[in-house]
Ligand binder design. Structure first.
Ligand code: C5P
Length: 289
């Protein structure tokens, strides 16, 4: 039996814009995404001689073939050929589920990366990302794990300047949003504003954290704010603690604040935790070269 280990990094959406519904049931998006240090630990056992299994430490997450990690292993062997003769994936979850942090997509991407490396890179980076897209729209980004502007369903990835050094305080409100439902809600809404993607890209190029903070905007937030006033309270609390900007990630419900100063970030995290919200502190993930 062989054991592989891979970290699965969460993502944040710095901007999130959603276009009209396409004929294939998806929406075109335009979103600036970055990987952060909050991660799950994925362990894969190959050659178990038993039926495929996926287990996680979070009982709210589906196990077995419904888990995106299982679908990723299927997509990998479909594309690359071969048979692992039994496979078990164990996921130690730290990324909260249902938060818009791309936890399931990150786990799937970790499986794809680990299997490709183990088998001697039978799939090019492009083919690996394509296999990821069969599993979910955010998986190609998670396979690549680099700051990017994602367009199309989320699979067209254009590298962008990384974030300057900073800290993120992530706050998980006590509800999860259904992604398809929120997309449908946006179809029937007039949006008060949209992210200025080019201005965000320019701010990233300049490494201007204050301006990046000002340009954070996620249109899914408009679909949630009317029913969830606590999102305002979280944003206010983060700003009062010194956040340079706040927003929601993905289709929520996790809210985040961007901080230049670690002490301010730690204080914000503590004070929101005291109010009863699960909070997480993270920073930028950068790949080792
Ligand atoms: O690709 P993924 O499985 O993550 O998408 C979940 C659902 O979110 C889709 O079935 C679709 O309803 C919606 N979606 C969308 N446009 C996208 C991504 C997802 O409408 N670009």
């Amino acid at each position: 039996m062989t054991t592989l280990e891979e970290k699965a990094y969460a993502k944040l959406n710095l901007t999130m814009d959603v276009g009209p519904l396409r004929e294939d049931g998806y929406h075109d998006v335009s979103t600036v995404m970055i990987p952060i240090t909050l991660c799950d630990e994925v362990t894969i056992h190959l050659g178990t001689g038993e039926p495929w299994q996926v287990r996680t430490t979070d009982e709210t997450i589906p196990t077995g073939r419904k888990n995106l990690a299982y679908k990723a292993a299927q997509a990998f062997y479909r594309a690359a050929g071969g048979d692992p003769e039994g496979l078990t994936v164990e996921i130690e979850k730290r990324i909260p589920a249902g938060g818009g942090l791309g936890g399931g997509s990150a786990d799937a991407a970790a499986v794809l990366r680990a299997l490709n490396r183990h088998h001697g890179f039978p799939l090019s980076q492009e083919r690996l990302e394509q296999a990821g897209l069969e599993v979910g729209s955010d998986v190609p980004f998670c396979v690549r794990n680099e700051p990017a502007l994602a367009e199309g369903r989320g699979e067209r990835l254009l590298p962008v300047h990384p974030m300057p050094p900073c800290y993120y305080v992530l706050v998980k409100p006590p509800f999860s949003a259904s992604t398809p439902e929120l997309y449908r809600k946006l179809d029937n809404m007039r949006l008060p504003a949209r992210p200025k993607t080019q201005e965000m890209l320019h701010a990233l190029e300049l490494g201007n954290l204050r301006e990046i903070g000002c340009q954070l905007l996620n249109v899914f937030e408009y679909a949630l704010l009317s029913d969830h006033q606590e999102l305002f309270q979280i944003e206010n609390a983060l700003e009062n603690c010194g956040a340079l900007g706040t927003s929601m990630t993905g289709s929520g419900s996790v809210m985040f604040g961007v901080f230049e100063n670690f002490d301010f970030a730690a204080t914000a995290s503590m004070s929101l935790m005291q109010v009863g919200y699960p909070t997480f502190l993270a920073t930028n993930f950068t790949k080792e070269v």
